[in-house]
Design a protein. Structure first.
Length: 429
């Protein structure tokens, strides 16, 4: 059986948690492959409502193994809080069904502190980081001076890594920012204890995944954030620090690209963005406010209000090109139920020039004005509809127009937050 990648097609917050929770019922393993606890996946199912930041949304499927892959950066304290929360609510997050890659990098206290200090230093050009230490830990990873989960299992080796690293970070904290130095003894003691609790969960997860694929099992790869936040192909520098794309799924999980046969792009029926950076279809008006309040568009991780706008087909086509979606899930479709007119951005205007490709330059993107196509709204509730043919004709027309503009068919249309509030237009598996 194939590996299935579930990828955010926009700027994150597309509703991947619900989609993974739904499709994971048919999966044997679910792998989180990128990001850290800067991501937040909201899941509502028969067990209740959950906000997950590190553990894959497939944890609710009793038959699926959950894996935190090598591409994820882990704050142990946050991870333990999440495990404890799930166990307290009757969800098995024990080492028998949750595995953590020994190659995943560890978020240290200095990463979190530096994240906030560096963001404040940017002033008006702030990226909008979640202040979770994500950027600094990935910077250390690329600079080949990071600490990995497996390192916490070896007391002597961990100290040999930590001492010179903390000396360097303390110099930076004290001399550049005028902050207090961090204690080597405390950090060492805390993280050795974290390592003891983590040890039963830690595996070479590439071996587990290789065996699962050899046995014909279904492996689902769960992305964090969205394609438009990719550090190479997104709105750089207003981007995240690891690749949330289908290509990143291979790097962040340790499986071959040949194993992936299904790439499901997740798109909201409109667009949202959190933090800084250009957002061509942003609605800084009553309609944007209406969408935000109706959909409760506030960050799962930060609580910050999300910027809202019309569906951007220019960005969506580009996202499809980068990922090669075999299909898409359209989420939050019911949020548009009350609008008499719905707009879709089909191209950008820069002065007198019309462009249909997404520009790489932020300076260019900031000058882009959306060119809209107007479609009639359906002005009736869709939250109880379970069949595509039962949608109002104008709602079906909206879906078909998005399919044409993005360049792939829709598998799923989500008409509410509950797992069963989903129209299966075409089966994913």
């Amino acid at each position: 059986m194939p590996a299935i990648a579930v990828i955010g097609g926009q700027w994150g917050d597309e509703g991947k948690g619900k989609v993974v929770d739904l499709v994971a019922e048919q999966a044997d393993a679910v792998v989180r492959f990128s990001g850290g606890d800067n991501a937040g996946h909201t899941v509502i199912n028969r067990f209740g409502k959950f906000a997950l930041h590190l553990i894959p949304s497939g944890i609710f499927s009793p038959n699926a193994t959950s894996i935190i892959g090598n591409g994820v950066v882990i704050n142990p304290e946050v991870l333990f809080q999440e495990i404890d929360m799930l166990m307290a609510r009757g969800i098995d997050a024990s080492p028998s069904r949750l595995f953590i890659s020994d190659r995943a990098h560890v978020i240290m206290p200095y990463h979190v502190i530096l994240d906030g200090l560096e963001e404040n230093l940017r002033g008006g050009r702030a990226i909008g980081t979640t202040m979770k230490g994500i950027g600094p830990v990935f910077a250390d990873k690329i600079a080949r001076q990071g600490i990995r989960i497996g390192d916490l299992m070896d007391r002597h080796n961990f100290m040999e890594q930590l001492r010179p690293m903390l000396d360097q970070k303390n110099l930076f904290l004290t001399r550049v920012f005028g902050s207090q130095p961090l204690s080597l003894t405390k950090i060492y003691k805390d993280y050795i204890e974290y390592g003891k609790r983590l040890k039963p969960y830690v595996r070479d997860t590439t071996v587990i995944l290789e065996q699962a694929l050899k046995e014909g099992k279904v492996v689902m790869l769960e992305g964090a954030q969205g394609t438009m936040l990719d550090p190479d192909f997104g709105t750089y520098p207003y981007a995240t620090s690891s690749s949330p794309t289908a290509g990143g799924a291979c790097v962040g999980s340790g499986i071959s690209p040949r194993a992936i046969t299904c790439i499901l792009g997740v798109f909201k029926a409109y667009c949202t963005r959190v933090g800084g950076g250009p957002f061509p279809t942003e609605l800084d008006n009553e309609i944007g406010d209406h969408i935000r309040e109706r959909a409760h568009e506030y960050g799962t991780t930060t609580g910050r209000p999300r910027r809202c706008g019309w569906f951007d087909a220019v960005a969506a086509r580009y996202s499809n090109r980068i990922n090669g979606f075999t299909g898409m899930a359209i989420t939050r479709f019911d949020i548009l139920d009350t609008l008499e007119t719905i707009k879709v951005c089909t191209s950008y205007k820069i002065g007198n020039k019309t462009i249909t490709d997404f520009p790489s330059s932020i300076a260019t993107l900031e000058k882009c004005k959306p060119v809209y196509e107007e479609l009639p709204g359906w002005c009736t509730t869709t939250c109880d509809i379970r069949s595509f043919k039962d949608l109002p004709a104008v709602a079906r027309k909206y879906v078909k127009r998005l399919e044409e503009l993005v360049g792939c068919h829709a598998n799923l249309i989500c008409v509410g937050p509950e797992r069963n509030q989903t129209i299966v237009k075409k089966a994913v598996i």
